[in-house]
Structure formats: C-alpha cells, structure tokens
Design a protein around this ligand. Structure first.
Ligand SMILES: CC(=O)N[C@H]1[C@@H](OP(=O)(O)OP(=O)(O)OC[C@H]2O[C@@H](n3ccc(=O)[nH]c3=O)[C@H](O)[C@@H]2O)O[C@H](CO)[C@@H](O)[C@@H]1O
Length: 357
C-alpha cells in the first residue's frame, strides 16, 4: 500500500487543509500518517479522525529576539532526529507539508531519507517555515497566483486551497435547529480565526445591542473567550471552536465577519458568503492577512476593515454595506477561478510519487 505522511500545525489553518485531503487520499489507496508536535491543536484534530499520529519536539523559529531563541534550536534538532526515526519506520513514498514550525524537521528528515516532499503555501507570501522548506521540496502548491513569483521557477503550482468536503453539504434548517434561530432576521456569523480574536470579540460585544436589531449573531470567539455575561441575549450565541457543526452554521449565515486567514477566506469564497474581513495587523504578524484581504477586496469578494479602524461605527457601517450589496458580492464570487484545491493536489501527489518509483 502507498504511504503518505502529512504534516502541519500550530494553528487550525495549518491542519484543516490536510484534513480536507485525507478522504480523497484514502479513496485513492493511500495509507495516511501524520507528524505534528507533541501537544499542538493538530494532535487533537487528527487523533479525532483516527489517523495514526506521531508527535515530535517542536520549537518556534523567530525573526526577532526572544530568550527562547537559545533553547528552541535544541528542540528543533531533537524534532529532526525524532522525525528521521519516524520516517524510517513508516517508510512513506511522499510527504505533504502544510506549513507551521513543526514541519521544518519533518521536511529535512524526508530529504535525508530521500522521500519527496510537496509543500502547500496558503498565503500570498511564504511563511518562515515554508521558506526554509522550499529548497528541499519537489513542488510548492499555492492558493494565490501571486505566490508563484515568490518560489523558484518551475516549482510553483497554482492548486487552490483544499476545502473540507463536508462544508459544501451544510443544511440551513439544521443550522437553525442548532442555534435556535429562525427566518425573521438575517444571520451574521463572526469567526475570529482559529484562535479567536480578542479585539474583534471586544468590539462585537460593545456593539451587540445595535447589531441584534438587524441580525441574529453566531459568534465563534476562540478557546477561553466565551463571555457568560452575554449568554442571556436573544439571538446571540457564542462558541469557542466549532467542528462538524460549522457546515450547518455557515449554511444559515447570510453574511460573515472574519479574520483574513487564507483557509477561512477560501471557504467563504467557495461557499459564496458575502463577508467583512478584519486582517491581523502587521504589528503582530508578517502582514500576510492584509495581503490576503486586499487581494479579495480587489476582486470584489470582500469588504475590508483594518483593525486600526475597527470600532462600533465602522463595524455597523460595514455590516450595512455588505448586507445591502450582498447580491453583487455573491455575483463577483461566482466568477472566481480560485477553486477547491483537493483535485489538483491529489493529482500532483500521484504524479510525483509515480515519477519517483
Ligand atoms: C494567527 C495566525 O498565525 N494566523 C494564520 C493562520 O490562521 P488560522 O489558523 O486562523 O487559519 P485560517 O483562517 O487559514 O484557517 C482556520 C481553519 O480553521 C477552521 N475553523 C476555525 C474556527 C472554528 O471554530 N472551526 C473551524 O473549523 C476554518 O474553517 C479554517 O479551515 O494560518 C493561515 C493560513 O496559513 C494564515 O493565513 C493566518 O495568518
């Protein structure tokens, strides 16, 4: 049986694309294994779907000074030796890496064991872990066409982001049943990235009495960020993180407010959900979400609100504007050439593994 190792972790955005590929890989006869960190979000998400999971030591790679810069290289080195051992044991014919720090030792170990690697880059510019991995990879899959100019010529392939199949089969009435909502007012879904967003949560809660006059609100606020003092409000429901129910919740959402993580926005585009994007600012990231958001705005898919401008007034204006123009946003999204990446990536995996026999 052909064996493939998937790797990626740190945030859900580095795991859900791998999860999207698994059913198709299995259908095509691949035995799937996963390498992630000892305790990252990937461990929970992957073990839940019964894929053999191997944890390795993982350290963060930083471009800035931090006292941990002195200890993390040892963790990464330990992770490398663990990954070499695991890859030797599994003996896969392919490694597929979705990025995140934990993937660096895995890619280096695959190189040492002469196993070809494919990397997927979801954002417009490659993150640090993928930058380190790119020279060792056979191909780099990209969500955005602009990414191809950031990778060596001949290595980049525009595949799109793999999207979990179940997201396309959400049922509106089930979403209503889960939330207790109805058809009387439109539904607004708020999702602050896989970890939530304290800033978005804060402004949403300040504005909620006014928002509730026009919308019913599903608020996915991140682990540990549910505020019990708002649970009594009619038409407002909070979740920390949503798993299989996400498809039904999205099915009943008329518009969405979101961070601009690449996977979430690819999902919103695929499901044609008019949206307001509030990208993670460049003060706390490399600015990848700002590029993602502006690219979606330029294509007429999204309304962008910068976090620096986010307050009660701008949020309410944005909601009014997007709801009022929702049909034109949906029309723009119908014309996209950015597609679900599952087919393209599976094809590439099969091609590279056959060429390497
Ligand atoms: C803080 C940070 O580092 N953010 C990065 C991270 O974002 P983050 O991990 O937030 O990534 P994305 O928005 O890309 O993906 C989140 C994934 O989790 C899923 N989900 C989320 C919430 C929930 O309750 N249930 C659920 O299933 C979404 O549907 C999506 O599939 O990776 C992205 C892809 O490289 C980058 O663009 C982001 O800049």
């Amino acid at each position: 049986m052909k064996k493939i190792v998937l790797t990626g972790g740190g945030t859900a955005g580095h795991v859900t694309p791998n999860i999207a590929l698994i059913p198709r890989l299995q259908k095509e006869g691949w035995a799937v294994f996963y390498i992630g960190s000892y305790n990252g979000i990937e461990k929970k998400l992957i073990e839940e779907i019964n894929i053999p999971y191997y944890g390795i030591s993982s350290g963060k790679l930083r471009r800035y000074f931090d006292i941990k810069n002195f200890t993390d290289p040892f963790k990464v080195t330990k992770g490398y030796f663990e990954a070499v051992k695991i890859i030797k044991h599994i003996n896969p014919s392919m490694v597929f890496s979705k990025g995140g720090f934990v993937t660096v030792p895995v890619i280096l170990a695959a190189k040492r064991k002469k196993v070809p690697t494919i990397i997927h880059e979801s954002d417009i510019t490659p993150g640090l872990a993928n930058k380190i991995g790119i020279p060792f990879a056979s191909k780099i899959c990209a969500t955005f066409p602009q990414t191809l100019s950031h990778v060596p010529q001949g290595k980049g392939v525009l595949t799109g982001s793999p999207i979990r199949e179940e997201l396309f089969s959400g049922i509106k009435s089930k979403g209503f049943k889960i939330t207790g909502f109805n058809n009387n007012l439109p539904v607004l879904l708020i999702i602050g990235g896989s970890l939530g967003s304290i800033k978005i949560n804060e402004v949403v809660r300040k504005t909620i009495p006014t928002i509730l006059k026009s919308f019913q609100v599903i608020h996915i606020c991140g682990k540990g960020h549910i505020d019990p003092s708002y649970t009594h409000l009619d038409g407002y429901i909070q979740y920390e993180y949503v798993k299989e129910e996400l498809s039904d919740l999205l099915a009943c959402a008329d518009i969405v407010v979101s961070r601009a993580g690449s996977n979430t926005i690819s999902e919103l585009l695929a499901l044609k959900k008019p949206n307001i994007l509030i990208p993670l600012p460049s003060t706390v990231s490399r600015g990848d979400q700002i590029l993602n958001a502006n690219s979606f705005k330029d294509q007429g898919f999204s309304f962008v609100l910068e976090e620096e401008q986010l307050n009660k007034t701008s949020l309410l204006q944005g909601l009014n504007e997007v709801y009022y123009k929702r049909v034109s946003y949906i029309d723009n999204m119908k014309n996209t050439k950015l597609n679900n990446g599952v087919d393209n990536i599976i094809k590439l995996i099969n091609e590279i593994s056959s060429a390497n026999k």
